[in-house]
Write a protein of this length. Structure first.
Lengths: 274, 132, 497
């Protein structure tokens, strides 16, 4: 298998390398890629969409249809991980509890104590000691991380950023809670049902804005059709439409990141993680 | 020999990324451990992303494609040669998301395989499947 | 509303998939009805769009209001419209039949199943309708990801089969993306029509034929063209029955459509047959695919696995027909997309019904099935006759076009492979029919009347099967109309008649 793989790889690499002799030189200003389609994006983005960040305007307006399916791809990954791994009805298994006052550890085989008990706290099977510094610092940092994420989403018009980047940072903030505390704390903050309802909400906002444009008479995802209900000209309507879809993307990406982490780290049980 | 150097300078980025792609492809085909195959898949997809992004570069001091303040719409005209080509960046944002999603589903599948076979080496898994 | 059909037929399953996913956590009983409505709307709009295309000619639609190549454009002609209608209608018919088997095999993941089902339909339909090369890649990944997850839902060896499919499918998708990248470097555009207008000026450069090669290898990996087919038998056999009757007929046929679209509309046929001299090796590879598919199918003892190798053989028919280089061959290939989708869905629906009743598909378990499930087996026999190529079922007519094309092109190896494969199909299917009809004669005690009670599959699983198997005969009888009104307009005049 290794020799066959080596032959295939060398052959494919040789063909690809041979084809590069016809490429225009790297960075040439008159190459077809730089002169055919993209100059219009750079020249007209400000006057057609009022968005200075050309990458955002191309991503969310000129080629917004692709971005909708990109969000659908990540939604599929979230649903796929849920469908593959999630074990919804589990047999009773061993649980470990710690009596807070005396620090005695209990091992219950097949039973469980009430969840919000004041005397006993549930600990993971591989219990690590209570670390005050990590828990406190992460708890303090999480709101600032989320604020920064909201800034990245909202400021995608003027600086590098946008829905995907902001959504990942939001998801990372919840994953930080799951790593520094334990997974049950993170699930207590955003429950599985909330998370799984947020996942389709974001993409529904995206497709919904597109369908709204369709209902108002323009083509699908043609934000200038929104100018009637937003009381602004078609150009500003495009800018607002881009912002709306970025919000939808951010919501979905956050929910999917949290869901994938929960399902993968606990192998479907959503009980104990890393 | 001296006329080879301009060719290398003009194309070396493409060659580098093609070599990376082939390393990733070899890992996917030839390695035995499922996680190593996953890593190879990630290398392969990332090198394609780098390939695309590098094709958008423009020499001559081009900057990121965010229109500077005060340009366009009746002010000074925008010269496309000042800004990097934005289209490959847009395409690769999509490709990065696709790569992450595929990786997530692949890790979920690897976890399921591990739960059933208690190993991640492909030859041991095939031997176990033949026994059953 | 008329003008917006191209967008509506993608939005409806998309929006309903989100609603289904939310309904799974709010009220579970709504998942199946929402999925049926979403899929039904998609089938409805695609039939109307196809009717519009037949009246008015090629329809173009600008998404986001931007004209191509600055925005993404849809371009629907009769080839698109035909494949689109086939995909959405067959997916809807299959959805109706899945309710019982899903409830039996994985009841608590119903919501996720229907969501993934609708998203798979979105991926396939989007691939068919688009006119933009990168949009095709994104939708290919939507369809692929959902199929990896759907296939792995079957327990046992399904996750390993799905992971192997994932590796090979990702290589295929990335090779396609590489090809598109090379085309973008050379032309600067991503729109199919735009690239087609820019390519003739640079067709002698090596980057173009390398782009073509990598696109073809990528598409070949995803359509299971021999020798890149190794993922298919395991993936489709271990998948749950509701999933294999969805994915097996549709995914590989849509990839054949993508190959034909790239051949006709992007890299023109003059370039492929005139400049690149790869038509003969491709036809010989198809011959190999047909023969190996037939031989490997003979060695199987499991019904679904046998069907999978028959699919490999049928893909060989279509690829060979497209690469023959004449109008009859291309007509046969396009007609075979329609016919093979119908035949495969009939076979897999019948297998699904059998599995629902007897929980197994090995040959020795099929004894006496004719008496216990007569309607299912009658539809199975119809599909068997169609695959063998018996008139008036549709399989005969597409084989006829392929044979005519092979004779005209002088490819006698392809002709011999077609006839050999028909012979092998006779052996394969008569073996199964014999086991299931005569299988329990040795237990019959000489009574002469079958003592097994009739345990036919439930109505929701039987009705779709009856619909598609009568479709086999009806489409066969209307072949002439189909060819003249739908297929002939697309075949470029460049192909010799």
């Amino acid at each position: 298998m290794k020799t066959a793989g080596l032959i295939i790889v060398v052959l494919a690499g040789a063909i690809l390398l041979y084809a590069t002799r016809d490429f225009p030189p790297w960075g040439a200003p008159d190459s077809p890629a730089s002169t055919h389609v993209s100059p219009r994006y750079l020249q007209k983005s400000m006057e057609e969409t009022a968005v200075p960040n050309v990458v955002t305007s191309v991503l969310a307006d000129y080629r917004g249809f692709d971005t909708m399916f990109e969000t659908t791809v990540i939604f599929c990954a979230g649903i796929g991980c849920f469908a593959l791994l999630r074990i919804l009805r589990r047999k009773p298994e061993d649980r470990y509890y710690r009596h807070i006052a005396t620090e005695i550890t209990l091992h219950l085989k097949g039973g469980k104590l009430p969840e919000k008990s004041r005397e006993f706290e549930r600990i993971d099977t591989l219990w690590t000691p209570y670390d005050l510094i990590i828990k406190t610092m992460c708890r303090i940092l999480v709101p600032f991380i989320q604020l920064f994420a909201l800034y990245v989403i909202a400021h995608g018009h003027h600086s590098p950023g946008g829905g995907f980047q902001g959504g990942v940072i939001l998801g990372a903030s919840m994953i930080l809670v799951a790593i520094s505390h334990n997974m049950r704390t993170a699930i207590g903050r955003i429950s599985e049902k909330t998370d799984n309802l947020l996942m389709p909400t974001g993409v529904f906002i995206y497709a919904g804005i597109g369908t709204l444009c369709l209902i108002l008479g323009a083509n699908f995802l043609d934000y200038s059709g929104l100018s009637t209900i937003l009381f602004s000209g078609p150009i500003m309507a495009r800018s607002h439409g881009i912002f709306g879809v970025e919000i939808g993307v951010g919501i979905t990406v956050m929910a999917v990141m949290i869901s994938i982490y929960n399902n993968l780290a606990s192998a479907g049980k959503q009980d104990e993680g890393l | 020999m001296t006329d080879l150097i301009p060719v290398i300078v003009a194309k070396y980025n493409y060659w580098l990324y093609i070599v990376l792609m082939m390393i990733g492809l070899y890992a996917m085909i030839a390695k035995n451990n499922l996680i190593k195959k996953l890593v190879g898949m990630n290398i392969f997809q990332t090198s394609i992303i780098l390939f695309y992004v590098s094709m958008g570069c423009k020499t001559g001091g081009a900057t990121i494609p965010i229109i500077q303040h005060g340009l366009g719409v009746g002010h000074h005209a925008i010269d496309p040669a000042h800004y990097v080509n934005p289209l490959p960046h847009v395409l690769m944002l999509t490709a990065i998301v696709v790569s992450v999603s595929t990786f997530g589903v692949a890790v979920a599948l690897a976890i399921k395989i591990y739960q059933r076979h208690k190993t991640l080496e492909e030859d041991e898994i095939l031997a176990q499947s033949r026994e059953r | 509303m008329n003008d917006h059909y191209p967008a509506l037929l993608i939005i409806s399953p998309l929006l309903f998939s989100y609603l289904t996913s939310a309904a799974a956590w709010i009220r579970k009983g709504l998942c199946y009805p929402l999925a049926v409505v979403g899929s039904g709307l998609s089938a409805w709009f695609s039939v109307w769009l196809f009717a519009n295309v037949l009246q008015k000619g090629t329809i173009e639609y600008r998404l986001g209001g931007w004209e191509a190549p600055w925005g993404i454009g849809y371009r629907v002609d009769t080839l698109n419209g035909l494949v689109l209608t086939v995909v959405s209608v067959l997916a809807f018919i299959n959805l109706v039949s899945t309710r019982r088997s899903v409830a039996a095999e994985f009841p608590e993941k119903e919501g996720a199943f229907y969501t993934l089902y609708l998203l798979f339909i979105v991926g396939l339909v989007g691939m068919t309708v688009t006119g933009d090369l990168f949009n095709l890649y994104v939708l290919l990944e939507v369809a692929s990801l959902t199929s990896y997850a759907l296939i792995a839902l079957g327990g046992g060896r399904a996750p390993l089969a799905s992971l192997n499919y994932l590796f090979m499918g990702t290589i295929g998708g990335c090779f396609y993306l590489l090809g598109v990248g090379y085309l973008y470097i050379m032309t600067g555009s991503l729109n199919m029509a735009d690239v087609a207008s820019l390519l003739p000026a640079i067709h002698t450069s090596s980057a173009v034929w390398v782009a073509f090669t990598f696109c073809m290898v990528g598409v070949g990996l995803k359509m299971a063209f021999f020798p890149l087919h190794v993922w298919l038998p395991n993936a489709y056999t271990y998948a749950p029955s509701a999933v294999s009757s969805l994915i097996a007929p549709l995914m590989t046929k849509v990839m054949v459509y993508v190959m034909i679209r790239l051949m006709i509309s992007v890299f023109s046929l003059d370039f492929i047959f005139g400049y690149l001299k790869v038509a003969d090796p491709m036809v010989w590879l198809s011959v190999l695919a047909i023969i190996m598919g037939a031989l490997l199918a003979l060695a199987q003892k499991n019904l679904k696995r046998m069907f999978c190798y028959i699919i490999v053989s049928e893909i060989g028919y279509m690829v060979g027909g497209a690469w023959l280089g004449n109008a009859a061959g291309m007509t046969g290939a396009i007609l075979h997309i329609l016919n093979d989708a119908l035949m495969t869905i009939t076979l897999f629906l019948a297998a699904g019904n059998i599995y629902y009743k007897i929980n197994g598909l090995e040959f020795h378990q099929l004894r006496g099935l004719f008496h216990r499930m007569p309607l299912t087996m009658a539809c199975f026999v119809t599909a068997a006759l169609s695959i063998i190529g018996v008139p008036p079922t549709c399989g005969f007519f597409s084989k006829w076009y392929l044979i005519t094309g092979a004779l005209q092109a002088g490819q006698y190896g392809f002709l011999a492979a077609l006839l050999f494969s028909s012979l092998v199909n006779v052996i394969l299917f008569f073996r199964v029919i014999e086991i299931s009809y005569y299988g329990d004669m040795q237990h019959a005690h000489g009574h002469g009347s079958p003592s097994e009670p009739r345990t036919e599959a439930p109505a929701t699983m039987l009705t779709p099967l009856l619909i598609v198997s009568t479709g086999l005969v009806i489409i066969g009888m209307y072949t002439g109309t189909i060819v003249t009104t739908l297929i002939d307009p697309i075949i470029p005049a460049a192909l010799a008649r």
